[in-house]
Design a protein around this ligand. Structure first.
Ligand code: PHE
Length: 340
Protein backbone atom coordinates (compact mmCIF):
# COMPACT_ATOMS: atom_id res chain seq x y z
CA UNK A 1 0.00 0.00 0.00
CA UNK A 2 2.86 2.41 0.82
CA UNK A 3 4.16 1.83 -2.63
CA UNK A 4 0.78 2.60 -4.17
CA UNK A 5 0.64 5.89 -2.27
CA UNK A 6 4.12 6.82 -3.43
CA UNK A 7 3.14 6.11 -7.01
CA UNK A 8 -0.07 8.13 -6.65
CA UNK A 9 1.98 11.08 -5.41
CA UNK A 10 4.38 11.01 -8.35
CA UNK A 11 1.51 10.79 -10.80
CA UNK A 12 -0.45 13.58 -9.10
CA UNK A 13 2.55 15.95 -9.02
CA UNK A 14 3.06 15.45 -12.72
CA UNK A 15 -0.58 16.10 -13.57
CA UNK A 16 -0.78 19.27 -11.46
CA UNK A 17 2.39 20.66 -12.98
CA UNK A 18 1.07 19.91 -16.46
CA UNK A 19 -2.37 21.49 -15.98
CA UNK A 20 -2.89 23.98 -18.80
CA UNK A 21 -5.50 26.22 -17.18
CA UNK A 22 -7.75 26.75 -14.16
CA UNK A 23 -10.47 24.55 -15.66
CA UNK A 24 -8.13 21.59 -16.07
CA UNK A 25 -6.81 22.13 -12.57
CA UNK A 26 -10.30 21.88 -11.15
CA UNK A 27 -10.87 18.53 -12.82
CA UNK A 28 -7.57 17.20 -11.52
CA UNK A 29 -8.39 18.37 -8.00
CA UNK A 30 -11.72 16.58 -8.13
CA UNK A 31 -10.18 13.35 -9.36
CA UNK A 32 -7.48 13.40 -6.71
CA UNK A 33 -9.16 14.80 -3.62
CA UNK A 34 -12.89 14.67 -4.37
CA UNK A 35 -15.36 12.44 -2.58
CA UNK A 36 -14.92 9.72 -5.24
CA UNK A 37 -11.25 10.62 -5.79
CA UNK A 38 -8.27 8.28 -5.62
CA UNK A 39 -7.21 9.44 -2.20
CA UNK A 40 -10.65 8.81 -0.79
CA UNK A 41 -10.37 5.31 -2.19
CA UNK A 42 -7.09 4.74 -0.34
CA UNK A 43 -8.59 5.99 2.93
CA UNK A 44 -11.63 3.79 2.47
CA UNK A 45 -9.43 0.72 2.08
CA UNK A 46 -7.69 1.21 5.45
CA UNK A 47 -10.15 -0.79 7.57
CA UNK A 48 -9.39 -3.84 5.38
CA UNK A 49 -5.63 -3.67 6.00
CA UNK A 50 -3.50 -5.55 8.55
CA UNK A 51 -3.91 -3.71 11.88
CA UNK A 52 -0.17 -3.03 12.01
CA UNK A 53 -0.20 -1.40 8.61
CA UNK A 54 -3.16 0.90 9.19
CA UNK A 55 -1.53 3.85 11.09
CA UNK A 56 1.32 4.18 8.61
CA UNK A 57 -0.96 4.13 5.56
CA UNK A 58 -3.27 6.65 7.23
CA UNK A 59 -0.39 9.00 7.96
CA UNK A 60 1.06 8.75 4.45
CA UNK A 61 -2.32 9.32 2.84
CA UNK A 62 -2.93 12.43 4.93
CA UNK A 63 0.52 13.79 4.27
CA UNK A 64 0.00 13.34 0.57
CA UNK A 65 -3.35 15.09 0.77
CA UNK A 66 -1.77 18.14 2.47
CA UNK A 67 1.05 18.23 -0.02
CA UNK A 68 -1.32 18.07 -2.98
CA UNK A 69 -3.53 20.82 -1.60
CA UNK A 70 -0.41 22.97 -1.39
CA UNK A 71 0.77 22.26 -4.92
CA UNK A 72 -2.75 22.77 -6.32
CA UNK A 73 -2.86 26.24 -4.77
CA UNK A 74 0.63 27.07 -6.00
CA UNK A 75 -0.19 25.94 -9.54
CA UNK A 76 -3.43 27.98 -9.51
CA UNK A 77 -1.51 31.09 -8.51
CA UNK A 78 1.12 30.46 -11.20
CA UNK A 79 -1.59 30.05 -13.87
CA UNK A 80 -3.22 33.32 -12.77
CA UNK A 81 0.08 35.15 -13.06
CA UNK A 82 0.69 33.67 -16.47
CA UNK A 83 -2.70 34.80 -17.70
CA UNK A 84 -2.12 38.30 -16.37
CA UNK A 85 1.26 38.46 -18.05
CA UNK A 86 -0.26 37.46 -21.40
CA UNK A 87 -3.03 40.04 -21.01
CA UNK A 88 -0.49 42.73 -20.29
CA UNK A 89 1.57 41.79 -23.27
CA UNK A 90 -1.40 42.49 -25.54
CA UNK A 91 -1.43 45.80 -27.39
CA UNK A 92 -4.70 47.04 -25.95
CA UNK A 93 -3.72 46.70 -22.31
CA UNK A 94 -3.54 50.15 -20.77
CA UNK A 95 -2.50 50.15 -17.10
CA UNK A 96 -3.19 53.88 -16.80
CA UNK A 97 -6.94 53.54 -17.38
CA UNK A 98 -8.94 54.35 -14.24
CA UNK A 99 -10.83 51.47 -12.65
CA UNK A 100 -14.49 51.17 -13.51
CA UNK A 101 -16.59 53.12 -11.04
CA UNK A 102 -19.36 51.41 -9.13
CA UNK A 103 -22.71 52.90 -10.17
CA UNK A 104 -24.41 54.63 -7.28
CA UNK A 105 -28.14 55.14 -7.27
CA UNK A 106 -29.88 58.20 -5.89
CA UNK A 107 -33.04 58.77 -3.91
CA UNK A 108 -36.21 59.00 -5.95
CA UNK A 109 -37.52 62.59 -5.94
CA UNK A 110 -40.72 61.42 -4.24
CA UNK A 111 -38.65 59.82 -1.51
CA UNK A 112 -36.69 63.00 -0.99
CA UNK A 113 -39.79 65.13 -0.55
CA UNK A 114 -41.44 62.42 1.52
CA UNK A 115 -38.53 62.53 3.95
CA UNK A 116 -38.70 66.31 4.11
CA UNK A 117 -42.41 66.21 4.92
CA UNK A 118 -41.88 63.49 7.52
CA UNK A 119 -39.09 65.52 9.13
CA UNK A 120 -41.37 68.53 9.51
CA UNK A 121 -44.09 66.43 11.12
CA UNK A 122 -41.72 64.54 13.39
CA UNK A 123 -40.42 67.88 14.63
CA UNK A 124 -44.03 68.75 15.54
CA UNK A 125 -44.35 65.56 17.59
CA UNK A 126 -46.13 63.34 15.06
CA UNK A 127 -45.47 59.62 14.68
CA UNK A 128 -45.00 58.19 11.21
CA UNK A 129 -47.21 55.20 10.39
CA UNK A 130 -47.59 52.86 7.43
CA UNK A 131 -50.76 51.26 6.16
CA UNK A 132 -51.29 48.46 3.64
CA UNK A 133 -51.58 49.36 -0.04
CA UNK A 134 -54.05 46.55 -0.62
CA UNK A 135 -56.81 47.44 1.78
CA UNK A 136 -60.10 46.06 2.97
CA UNK A 137 -63.13 47.77 1.50
CA UNK A 138 -64.12 48.34 5.11
CA UNK A 139 -61.13 50.57 5.92
CA UNK A 140 -60.94 52.30 2.56
CA UNK A 141 -64.64 53.15 2.40
CA UNK A 142 -67.16 51.86 4.92
CA UNK A 143 -65.50 52.89 8.18
CA UNK A 144 -64.88 56.29 6.58
CA UNK A 145 -68.61 56.81 6.21
CA UNK A 146 -68.68 55.76 2.56
CA UNK A 147 -71.17 52.87 2.33
CA UNK A 148 -71.31 50.59 -0.72
CA UNK A 149 -73.90 52.69 -2.59
CA UNK A 150 -72.34 56.06 -1.77
CA UNK A 151 -71.66 58.37 -4.73
CA UNK A 152 -68.25 59.27 -3.28
CA UNK A 153 -67.09 55.87 -4.53
CA UNK A 154 -67.55 57.18 -8.03
CA UNK A 155 -64.86 59.82 -7.48
CA UNK A 156 -62.44 57.22 -6.24
CA UNK A 157 -62.84 54.41 -8.71
CA UNK A 158 -60.11 51.88 -8.15
CA UNK A 159 -58.89 48.38 -8.77
CA UNK A 160 -60.89 45.75 -6.93
CA UNK A 161 -59.02 42.53 -6.26
CA UNK A 162 -60.62 39.31 -7.42
CA UNK A 163 -60.63 36.29 -5.18
CA UNK A 164 -61.33 36.10 -1.47
CA UNK A 165 -62.25 39.05 0.72
CA UNK A 166 -63.33 42.55 -0.15
CA UNK A 167 -59.93 43.87 -1.11
CA UNK A 168 -59.20 47.03 -3.05
CA UNK A 169 -56.06 48.91 -3.98
CA UNK A 170 -56.47 51.77 -1.53
CA UNK A 171 -57.67 54.96 -3.17
CA UNK A 172 -56.34 57.25 -0.44
CA UNK A 173 -54.31 57.08 2.74
CA UNK A 174 -57.34 57.84 4.90
CA UNK A 175 -57.81 54.16 5.94
CA UNK A 176 -54.78 54.72 8.17
CA UNK A 177 -57.01 57.06 10.22
CA UNK A 178 -59.34 54.18 11.03
CA UNK A 179 -56.54 51.73 11.69
CA UNK A 180 -55.03 54.22 14.13
CA UNK A 181 -58.24 54.94 16.01
CA UNK A 182 -59.07 51.26 16.23
CA UNK A 183 -55.79 50.39 17.87
CA UNK A 184 -55.49 52.78 20.77
CA UNK A 185 -57.16 55.39 22.92
CA UNK A 186 -56.51 59.02 21.93
CA UNK A 187 -54.60 61.26 22.04
CA UNK A 188 -52.63 60.69 18.86
CA UNK A 189 -50.79 62.73 16.33
CA UNK A 190 -49.87 60.67 13.30
CA UNK A 191 -48.84 61.05 9.70
CA UNK A 192 -48.81 58.37 7.06
CA UNK A 193 -47.26 58.66 3.61
CA UNK A 194 -47.69 56.11 0.89
CA UNK A 195 -48.88 54.90 -2.46
CA UNK A 196 -52.49 55.09 -3.51
CA UNK A 197 -54.25 53.95 -6.67
CA UNK A 198 -57.12 55.09 -8.81
CA UNK A 199 -58.57 54.19 -12.13
CA UNK A 200 -57.49 57.37 -13.94
CA UNK A 201 -56.74 58.32 -17.48
CA UNK A 202 -53.04 59.12 -17.49
CA UNK A 203 -51.95 62.61 -18.46
CA UNK A 204 -49.37 65.16 -17.32
CA UNK A 205 -51.08 65.60 -13.96
CA UNK A 206 -52.81 62.24 -13.40
CA UNK A 207 -51.47 58.77 -12.91
CA UNK A 208 -53.09 55.54 -11.70
CA UNK A 209 -50.47 55.30 -8.97
CA UNK A 210 -49.61 58.29 -6.84
CA UNK A 211 -48.71 59.24 -3.29
CA UNK A 212 -50.57 60.87 -0.46
CA UNK A 213 -49.75 62.27 2.93
CA UNK A 214 -52.40 61.71 5.58
CA UNK A 215 -52.51 63.41 8.94
CA UNK A 216 -54.67 62.68 11.96
CA UNK A 217 -54.73 64.41 15.31
CA UNK A 218 -57.23 63.43 17.99
CA UNK A 219 -57.38 64.67 21.55
CA UNK A 220 -59.30 66.89 23.91
CA UNK A 221 -59.96 70.39 22.55
CA UNK A 222 -58.41 69.88 19.13
CA UNK A 223 -59.77 72.62 16.87
CA UNK A 224 -59.88 73.65 13.21
CA UNK A 225 -57.52 76.46 14.18
CA UNK A 226 -54.86 73.90 15.08
CA UNK A 227 -55.45 72.22 11.74
CA UNK A 228 -54.98 75.35 9.65
CA UNK A 229 -52.00 76.48 11.72
CA UNK A 230 -50.36 73.09 11.24
CA UNK A 231 -50.73 73.16 7.47
CA UNK A 232 -49.50 76.73 7.20
CA UNK A 233 -46.46 75.82 9.28
CA UNK A 234 -45.79 72.84 7.03
CA UNK A 235 -45.94 74.98 3.88
CA UNK A 236 -43.64 77.60 5.38
CA UNK A 237 -41.08 74.94 6.25
CA UNK A 238 -41.27 73.33 2.81
CA UNK A 239 -41.07 76.51 0.76
CA UNK A 240 -38.82 78.47 3.10
CA UNK A 241 -41.27 81.34 3.60
CA UNK A 242 -44.84 82.04 4.67
CA UNK A 243 -47.34 81.51 1.87
CA UNK A 244 -50.90 82.83 1.77
CA UNK A 245 -53.60 80.19 2.09
CA UNK A 246 -57.35 80.21 1.65
CA UNK A 247 -60.00 77.85 2.89
CA UNK A 248 -62.98 76.73 0.84
CA UNK A 249 -65.79 74.40 1.88
CA UNK A 250 -65.09 70.89 0.61
CA UNK A 251 -66.97 67.64 0.84
CA UNK A 252 -65.40 64.45 2.17
CA UNK A 253 -67.78 61.99 3.85
CA UNK A 254 -65.40 61.32 6.74
CA UNK A 255 -65.03 64.92 7.95
CA UNK A 256 -67.53 67.51 9.16
CA UNK A 257 -67.05 70.32 8.45
CA UNK A 258 -64.85 69.61 5.48
CA UNK A 259 -62.62 72.05 3.59
CA UNK A 260 -60.14 72.42 0.85
CA UNK A 261 -57.05 74.46 1.39
CA UNK A 262 -55.46 76.38 -1.47
CA UNK A 263 -52.01 77.88 -1.33
CA UNK A 264 -50.94 81.05 -3.11
CA UNK A 265 -48.75 80.12 -6.05
CA UNK A 266 -45.12 80.35 -4.92
CA UNK A 267 -43.91 80.91 -8.49
CA UNK A 268 -45.77 83.97 -9.72
CA UNK A 269 -47.61 87.15 -8.80
CA UNK A 270 -50.30 87.21 -11.45
CA UNK A 271 -50.74 83.74 -12.86
CA UNK A 272 -48.50 81.14 -14.48
CA UNK A 273 -48.58 77.60 -15.86
CA UNK A 274 -48.19 75.94 -12.46
CA UNK A 275 -51.29 77.62 -11.02
CA UNK A 276 -53.22 77.54 -14.32
CA UNK A 277 -53.19 81.37 -14.26
CA UNK A 278 -55.33 81.53 -11.11
CA UNK A 279 -52.51 82.32 -8.61
CA UNK A 280 -53.95 79.63 -6.32
CA UNK A 281 -52.98 75.97 -6.12
CA UNK A 282 -55.26 73.34 -4.60
CA UNK A 283 -53.21 71.77 -1.91
CA UNK A 284 -55.12 69.73 0.60
CA UNK A 285 -58.39 68.14 1.72
CA UNK A 286 -59.10 68.57 5.42
CA UNK A 287 -61.68 68.75 8.13
CA UNK A 288 -62.80 67.70 11.58
CA UNK A 289 -63.19 63.95 12.09
CA UNK A 290 -66.82 62.95 11.49
CA UNK A 291 -68.70 61.53 14.50
CA UNK A 292 -69.59 58.44 12.44
CA UNK A 293 -65.89 57.73 11.89
CA UNK A 294 -65.29 58.02 15.62
CA UNK A 295 -68.23 55.71 16.23
CA UNK A 296 -66.92 53.07 13.82
CA UNK A 297 -63.73 52.85 15.90
CA UNK A 298 -65.34 53.27 19.31
CA UNK A 299 -63.75 56.62 20.03
CA UNK A 300 -65.77 58.73 22.46
CA UNK A 301 -66.99 61.67 20.34
CA UNK A 302 -68.28 63.48 23.45
CA UNK A 303 -64.85 63.62 24.92
CA UNK A 304 -62.54 63.91 21.91
CA UNK A 305 -62.33 66.00 18.79
CA UNK A 306 -59.89 65.58 15.97
CA UNK A 307 -58.78 66.79 12.59
CA UNK A 308 -57.60 65.02 9.48
CA UNK A 309 -55.97 66.19 6.29
CA UNK A 310 -54.72 64.59 3.13
CA UNK A 311 -52.68 65.91 0.26
CA UNK A 312 -50.86 64.58 -2.75
CA UNK A 313 -47.13 64.17 -2.58
CA UNK A 314 -46.58 64.02 -6.33
CA UNK A 315 -47.81 67.51 -7.14
CA UNK A 316 -45.90 68.90 -4.17
CA UNK A 317 -42.71 67.19 -5.39
CA UNK A 318 -43.26 68.65 -8.84
CA UNK A 319 -43.58 72.10 -7.32
CA UNK A 320 -40.58 71.79 -5.03
CA UNK A 321 -38.25 70.28 -7.62
CA UNK A 322 -39.58 71.88 -10.80
CA UNK A 323 -40.84 68.73 -12.55
CA UNK A 324 -43.39 69.15 -15.31
CA UNK A 325 -44.99 65.73 -15.78
CA UNK A 326 -46.14 63.18 -13.15
CA UNK A 327 -45.56 60.32 -15.54
CA UNK A 328 -41.81 60.73 -15.01
CA UNK A 329 -42.16 59.44 -11.46
CA UNK A 330 -43.13 55.90 -12.38
CA UNK A 331 -41.37 55.61 -15.73
CA UNK A 332 -38.11 54.32 -14.28
CA UNK A 333 -36.08 56.35 -16.77
CA UNK A 334 -32.56 56.86 -15.41
CA UNK A 335 -32.07 60.05 -17.43
CA UNK A 336 -34.83 61.55 -15.28
CA UNK A 337 -33.87 59.94 -11.97
CA UNK A 338 -30.17 60.77 -12.20
CA UNK A 339 -30.96 64.48 -12.05
CA UNK A 340 -31.83 64.34 -8.36
N1 PHE B 1 -58.70 61.22 1.45
C1 PHE B 1 -59.09 62.45 0.79
C2 PHE B 1 -58.84 62.30 -0.72
O1 PHE B 1 -58.07 61.45 -1.11
C3 PHE B 1 -58.35 63.64 1.32
C4 PHE B 1 -58.71 63.98 2.73
C5 PHE B 1 -58.02 63.43 3.80
C6 PHE B 1 -59.76 64.86 3.00
C7 PHE B 1 -58.35 63.75 5.09
C8 PHE B 1 -60.08 65.19 4.29
C9 PHE B 1 -59.40 64.66 5.32
O2 PHE B 1 -59.38 63.01 -1.53
Amino acid sequence: MEERIGQLGTEARGRIEGAADAEALKTIERELLGKQGVLAEVLASIPGLEPAERPLVGRLANELKCELLGSLAARREALDQERLATDRACDDFDPTLPARRAVRGSLHPITRVRRKVEDVFTSMGYSILEGPQVELDYYNFQALNIPADHPAREMQDTFYCTGGGNLVMRTHTSPVQVRTMERAEPPYRVVSVGRVFRKEEQDATHDHTFHQVEGLVVGEDVTAGHLIGTLRALLARLFGRELDTRLRPGYFPFVEPGFELDVRCPFCEDGCRVCSRTTWIEFCGLGMVHPRVFAASDVDAERYTGFAFGFGLDRLTMMLLGIDDVRHFMAGDLRFLEQF
